[in-house]
Design a protein around this ligand. Structure first.
Ligand code: GLN
Length: 492
């Protein structure tokens, strides 16, 4: 296996003529169908569409057209993003065979920059989960140990990048679904400030929490991706009225790093804690200052998130209701067709549980006790961050409480699964930018498993958070670790 280099290096090699876009895409397709299939990274591989796009790019280049910043770069898209004419089933039987009638804004921006989508990636059904085990098509597998989860819900996108199938992928992060799989797979993932990236063409889960988010092998590629997909979109009224952020130079000298010590003590895996403490020591050695901070309401973040997210999900998913929209109707390429494509196959257990929970917390008589109360606590959590950012530049936490867990470990215990999100959901509740970067490995059951470090910044400080993450990456060796092994056919 020869993992693709960074998106930028690959694009430059194609522009220099060392290989064509078609050759780059062919390599990626081959891996998607080989290693990608063994790890179950993709739900749909769009070989035909990818080849046609790559040919067109090569022809335009031959005709002297200026290449875009992602010219010829193969990318993977989470299956809840729309690419016209390609099946986006959201990991659900209910949308099996539904093809998108239009292209999401973020995906269109990738296409305009010359990127070539090779397929739609495996995910927990409607992005609900932390392991991809809620995918109706079966879980994806972690390239570092195929008996373990790659994380979720954007697990397939993380696998596609970590296994070297594509250098760049998009996922969605509602409560950690890009940062958590990035951490468990040893790559970088960034959730932008809420509203930074248009949600037009992203199938909604929790509309006030969802953010389209990139995954890559390097922070530099995340910065490039954000500069392409970010920025205002009139089709999404919650989109910030700002241009996409450009990469920003940062330095660690003099930086004030807030460490919520409470999060570093309770229930944290010792290997994860050791790597994160080393990362903090590294920041200090580079001239940054460690500041103890308190987030007094953080302990309520999981319960708050699971009230808000399920409430929003129950209203968003009502459109797939097979009773009102008719069973077994076929998608006809229209939006009504999408809803009508709900063919009675039914939702999986987790999606059902969330619709029930969400409907309950919104129902008359309970809405004050649950939903409205959660909204108040959400406000308090956001206030904790605002206060913290009066005295620090960014916050540092582990991305996950433990490294990749074994498939099956938490599948029957929803609450244990929910607790995987304890470090990540707060950034979504407060709408803040947060990145996960590799910070080393921990040994478990005889295998090396990656550990992720999370950096959270104030709202709209996306470029700064990424700049600091890039400084960390450049001054450490973590990213130069060998690429994940090939799963020698063992991941049946
Ligand atoms: N694991 C969380 C959940 O199940 C987050 C999911 C996400 O970010 N899409 O809701």
């Amino acid at each position: 296996m020869s993992p693709h280099p960074d998106a930028r290096a690959l694009r430059d090699a194609i522009v220099r003529g060392e290989l064509s876009a078609s050759e780059a895409v062919e390599q990626s397709l081959e891996q998607a169908q080989g290693e990608g299939a063994r790890l179950h990274a993709f739900l749909v591989v769009d070989a035909e569409g990818a080849r046609a796009r790559a040919r067109e790019l090569d022809a335009r280049r031959a005709a002297g057209e200026d290449p875009g910043v992602l010219f010829g770069v193969p990318v993977a898209l989470k299956s809840n993003l729309c690419l016209e004419g390609v099946e986006s089933n959201c990991g659900s039987r209910i949308l099996e065979g539904w093809t998108a009638p239009y292209t999401a804004t973020c995906v269109q921006r990738l296409l305009d920059a010359g990127a070539v989508p090779v397929g739609m990636t495996n995910m927990d059904e409607f992005a609900m989960g932390s392991s991809t085990e809620n995918s109706a098509y079966g879980a994806a597998r972690n390239p570092w140990d195929p008996t373990r989860t790659p994380g979720g819900s954007s697990g397939g996108s993380a696998v596609a990048v970590a296994a070297g199938i594509v250098p760049l992928a998009l996922g969605s992060d509602t409560g950690g679904s890009v940062r958590q799989p990035a951490a468990l797979c040893g790559i970088a993932g960034f959730k932008p400030t809420y509203g930074r990236v248009s949600r037009f063409g992203l199938v909604a889960f929790g509309s006030s929490l969802d953010q389209v988010s990139p995954l890559a092998r390097s922070v530099g590629d995340l910065e490039l991706a954000l500069s392409v997909i970010g920025g205002h979109d009139p089709a999404d009224s919650t989109c910030l009225e700002e241009n996409a952020p450009q990469p920003e130079l940062a330095q660690l000298e003099g930086l004030r790093i807030g460490v919520p010590d409470a999060l570093l003590s309770e229930g944290l895996d010792p290997g994860v804690r050791a790597r994160v403490e080393e990362a903090i020591a590294h920041f200090e050695a580079q001239g940054a200052q460690r500041v103890a901070v308190e987030l007094p309401h953080a302990e309520h973040s999981i319960s708050t998130y699971y009230v808000v997210a399920t409430a929003e999900a129950s209203s968003n998913l009502a459109r797939f209701d097979g009773v009102r929209f008719g069973l077994r109707a076929q998608g006809d390429g229209s939006l009504d067709g999408m809803y009508a494509a709900t063919r009675g196959a039914g939702f999986g257990a987790e999606v059902e549980r969330r619709i029930l929970l969400g409907t309950y917390v919104l129902s008359a008589g309970y809405v004050d006790a649950w939903y409205r109360r959660a909204m108040k606590v959400r406000r308090l959590i956001a206030g904790d961050f605002e206060r913290a950012f009066e005295s620090v530049d960014l916050l540092l936490t582990p991305t996950t409480p433990e490294p990749a867990f074994a498939l099956g470990d938490k599948a029957d215990d929803p609450v244990a699964m929910y607790l995987s999100d304890v470090m990540t959901v707060t950034a979504n509740l407060a709408g803040l930018p947060a990145v996960s970067v590799p910070c080393g490995f921990t040994r478990e059951g005889g295998v090396e498993l990656p550990v992720g470090l999370q950096l959270i910044g104030p709202a709209r400080a996306d470029a700064r958070v990424l700049g600091i993450a890039r400084c960390f990456e450049e001054t450490t060796e973590h990213r130069r670790q060998p690429a994940p092994r090939v799963a020698e056919g063992g991941a049946a």
